[in-house]
Every structure is written in C-alpha cells, then in structure tokens.
Design a binder for this molecule. Sequence first.
Ligand SMILES: Cc1ncc(COP(=O)(O)O)c(C=O)c1O
Length: 452
Amino acid sequence: MKFVVDQQVEDIELPENLKLNTFLKEFHSDCSHPQCGFGFYGFAFGQSPFPVPNSIQEALIKNVHKGSYAPVPGIPELRDAISEYNKYYFRIDADPQRIYVGPGTKELIFNLLEILHGTVILPTPAWLGYLPQIRFLKKNYHMLPSRANGKFSSHDLRKLALRLHDRQKILILNNPHNPTGLVYDRLELEEIADVCREQGIIIISDEIYAQTTYDFSQFVSMGKIYPEGTFVTNGLSKSHAAGGYRLGYVIFPQHAVDVRRQFKKILATEYTAVSTPIQHAAVAGFEISPEIDEYFETTRNIHHLIGDYTYHALSEIEGIKATKPEATFYLLADFNTFATELQRSKISTSQKLSESLMVHPYHTAIVGGDSLVLERNDYRARIAFIDYDGAEVYRNYQNQKPKTHSEKLEFVKTNAPRVVSGIKMIGTFFDNLKRNAGIKIETQETLMHVTI
Ligand SMILES: Cc1ncc(COP(=O)(O)O)c(C=O)c1O
C-alpha cells in the first residue's frame, strides 16, 4: 500500500527543536568514541529545569476523575483565575470573557495566525517555532532584523510597514525574548505601539517568559500599552515549568468580540477543549498565593544568577560576545569574529558549527543561528543555561540564598558545574579552532545521516 501525504505537509520541515531532539537522542550511538560515555552539555533545550509547583500537582491528582469535556474557551474557574492573575502580576484588567485557553501557546499562536488576515512581520532572531507555522499556513511574511543592541527598532518597523499594502499587518512580538533574553522596556513598547496604531498593525505578543524577568518590576505587557490591538499569549510552560501540561491562554484585545466568536469556531473544530483535569490543575497555578509567588521569585533569581554567570564567562572568552539576559534562561552568543577560522575549517554555516560542537571531545549542544531565523552563515547561537538539577538547586537556593558576588559565584560553581564546564568547553573549541587543531571535520560525516 502506498500512502500519499498532502504536498502542503511534505513541503514543511520538522520544527528545529524537534529535529534537535531526534539528533540528540541519536547522538549517543553516533559518537565515534565508544568509551566516551559522556552525554553532552545540554544548552540546546528550551525547558525550565524546575519541578512543577506542588499545588499544581496536587490539584491535578484531585481532579483526575473529571472525564467530561470542558467548554471550548476553558472552564470558568480557570478563566477567572487567569483574569485575576493578569490583574495582580501584569496590571491587565481583562474580563474572563476575553480569555481563551488552549493546549499550549504554540497552538494558540497557530490558531491566531489561521484566523487573522494579513502579512506577518517577524522580528529576527526569533524563537524557532514561528516560521514553520507561518510557512505551513502559506502566509506572506517579512523579517525584521534586530539592531546591534539585539532588539528591533520602531523606526525599522515603520519603514517596513510602509512597504506593505495589506489592510492589516501582524507583528509577532516576543517579550521577553527568546533567544536573546532581552526585555523591551515601556518606552520601546510605546514607540512600537505608536507605529502599530499608525500603520494598521496588530500584535501577537508572546509573553511566555514574562514571569522570568529578573527584575520583575521592569516587565510591562504590550496588552497594557496597546490594549485595542494586542493578543497576549502566555501559559504554564516556562513560569511554572510545566511545558508538558500543554496549557496556554490568549487574552483578546478589547472589543474584539467578533474575532473571539470566530476563534471559538476554530478551537471547536480542531481540538474541542483542553483536557479537563489539566485545566483544574492550572487553576492552582494561576491563583495568587504566597507559595506560587515564592516559586516565581526563587526560579527567576536562579535564572538570573546562572544567566549572569554564563554571560560573564562567555564574554571573558576572547572573541565571543553575548547578549546580557534580563529574563528567560537563554542568551545569544556571537561567534562571528571566528568566521575566517570557521570557514577555513569547512564549518561554513552556523548549523555546522553546532554539529561540530557536538562531536567528541566537545559534546556541547547549542542551537545554531539558522534555527533562529538568522542567515545560515551568521555564527550566532542560542545558549540555554539550564543544564543542572532544578529540584536540588531550588532547595539549595532556599536553604542559603547567596548575597555577595563571591557567594553567587560559589553557588553557580557548586550547583551548576555542568554549565561551568560546558562554557569552558566552548572556549576550548574556539582555542583549538584558532590553532586549527582538534576540530575533527571528518567526524561530521558521521552526523550527516541524522536529520538535522
Ligand atoms: C518564545 C516561545 N513562545 C512559545 C513557546 C511555546 O510555549 P507552549 O509550551 O505554551 O506552547 C516557547 C517554547 O519554547 C517559546 O520559547
């Protein structure tokens, strides 16, 4: 029997994070050094390392028996809790009617792109999830490259929008930003909003990392600045370390009643509703409580500590630059000063660079630039500084919060030794590259059959 898959599906590629997953799984058996036994320094995955908060786990257990379908936009208790949560943390006053729940923000962003007319404006570098969706939906899109400070400017946004003739344009704003870890401040958001009002641009504001902002008082939601034109998406995945629960939400713009009605049709057609027990568990995650508040504070402080360390350790390696993260658990490292040496070693793309860093003895997994919607020969890469035991580090932080600079350094060295050694290993790789020694190009051949 020969099955024929629709051409539209044939034409899209597996999203880069899933390719990477396959690649890393296959890697062990592919290492050309059988006694090696070493896994890899895991700087590639975008997953919070902490345990899911207890209150969510308990609520899930308590609600496992709930087997009936939930209402399409979500159970009322959850929409109420999300509304209160947004008031409390983000000062967004959104009636629960404006909140729809979905199986992860990835799906909700896809659904929004499905129903909203217009050319998509995608600032780059970008999270690796957007582009396959835009391509799959065959939407027109334009990249909006960031400036040297790692952010796009409202000036460039206006210039691009003036060239587009759709009635409506859709900007995908990701704030805080994956992969740079940067945060757009209020003034920058106001400037962007001004251009959007003037140029007929609506915004999908992906704020999945909002709670990880190290100085939380600095985070401002675009839903607050441009409430009439912004769809805010957020969820459990990063703030509550529960990506596997698949629970996200969207807050619709004020007065977008018809869009909500249309959206409901799409959700009902595609997945009916999010799993009922998961929705009940999520209520516990969005309820305001001292436990959850402490969880956010502790986890963001740990991200901050390890982010600062990673930034400084990388920047101290001659030739490497990096964005200084203000949120998330990522930064963007820039290896372009090594372009000549990399080309000379036949590492002609950033993808090849990440493959080369994976081979023995480096064993370091990062996400190369073309997976981040950068040019193939742009040697920038995302480093996710999460290679440590989240449960243990959480406990250790609570037992003894490091205060001084040296206590913080000691904390990272003791609690995240793989981050420390992995960053050193990146330094070793570039040292060897400069000396043109030890970069075994031939071992890349072994990797070529892997679908990366
Ligand atoms: C910027 C960004 N948006 C959305 C997502 C997906 O979130 P969810 O698990 O809610 O689908 C991720 C996950 O890595 C992300 O980094």
